[in-house]
Design a protein around this ligand. Structure first.
Ligand SMILES: [Mn+2]
Length: 318
């Protein structure tokens, strides 16, 4: 399959690299690594919401400032490559038109729930990151990585493993990280960019959300509710909620950490984390998905009602 995918990439005239909605380090790292390999032959498409293209912490990465947005993307692509996109619905709606009309579609991913929605699918479910999958593809094709490509793949692996903390990390993950480091990746600088250059608004907003956290069921379940006004009060952006659920989970007795964010008049975005339990079982009830200990969904109810529905579902798994 890897050979077939690279044959298609070689044959393609113009390639669109599609990242998933609310892009994270993994999808961006893969997109930039591929763009770095394909140069002018490929463009990256990013979702725009709230006037932003991607979380500001990733502004150190190459190519993102020139990436296309839904406002300026044209349907001129014969080939589409989705990276870290778990399902067809994780493609921004407007980009689906381009996906649907492309001659060739390719799906490179690591989500176990990925059913293979493209013509060519290379999904290694359970791998640490789409970046690790893409690394294996480059390696098996004998493609030499530039230090730029290596740095992008390192961002993918570092961020999707929570700094090499998750069970998805294998001896091979470290071996790949080591190979990337040998290619000149500045690991300390990337870690600093990804984790230690947060904006003041983000940290203060997150402190506020943590201070409002509620604990139930002997502190096994903890949740915080975020209203639009909470964001406004701190001048925080949507992306600044990233990391709150992990901070709540890090509290010793907490098994389920929930962050519920008002996302419309009658719509709530849920981010769920666990220490041991499989949270995909909970979010699947609401049409969501993700990984065993990190998943999300949208519940078409106002904040409080969504909370009640979510807690009832979680209690079944306690
Ligand atoms: Mn990923």
């Amino acid at each position: 399959m890897i050979k077939k995918i690279f044959e298609q990439i070689q044959k393609a005239k113009k390639i669109l690299i599609i990242t998933h909605v609310n892009p994270d380090g993994d999808t961006l790292g893969c997109a930039c690594a591929l763009k770095s390999y394909l140069k002018d032959k490929a463009d990256i498409l990013l979702e725009v919401s709230d006037g932003r293209k991607y979380p500001e912490i990733y502004s150190f990465m190459p190519y993102l400032d020139d990436a296309l947005t839904l406002d300026n993307v044209k349907n001129i692509y014969d080939t589409v490559v989705c990276v870290d996109v778990a399902s067809y619905d994780r493609i921004v709606e407007k980009a689906r038109e381009i996906f649907d009309s492309a001659k060739v579609t390719i799906n490179i991913d690591h989500h176990k729930t990925n059913k293979g929605y493209a013509m060519y699918n290379y999904v290694l479910g359970g791998f640490s990151s789409a970046g690790e999958v893409l690394y294996e593809m480059f390696e098996s094709m004998g493609i030499e990585l530039s230090s730029e490509m290596a740095s992008c793949l390192y961002v993918s692996i570092l961020t999707d493993t929570g700094c090499f903390k998750y069970e998805t990390v294998t001896p091979r993950t470290f071996e790949i990280a080591s190979n990337l480091a040998k290619l000149g990746v500045d690991c300390a600088k990337i870690a600093r960019n990804c984790y230690d250059l947060k904006s003041k608004a983000m940290v203060m907003f997150q402190a506020h959300c943590l201070s409002k956290c509620e604990f139930i069921c002997n502190d096994k379940i903890a949740y915080t509710l975020i209203k639009k006004s909470d964001l406004e009060k701190f001048g925080a952006k949507d992306e600044h909620t990233e990391g709150i659920s992990e901070a709540i989970r890090s509290i010793r007795p907490v098994e389920f950490a929930c962050v519920l964010k008002e996302s419309g008049v009658s719509s709530t975005k849920v981010s769920l984390r666990s220490k041991e339990k499989d949270v995909t079982k909970v979010v699947q009830k609401f049409g969501g998905g993700g990984h065993i200990r990190a998943a999300g969904c949208t519940i078409k109810k106002p904040l409080k009602e969504a909370l009640d529905l979510l807690l009832a579902e979680i209690k079944k798994y306690l």
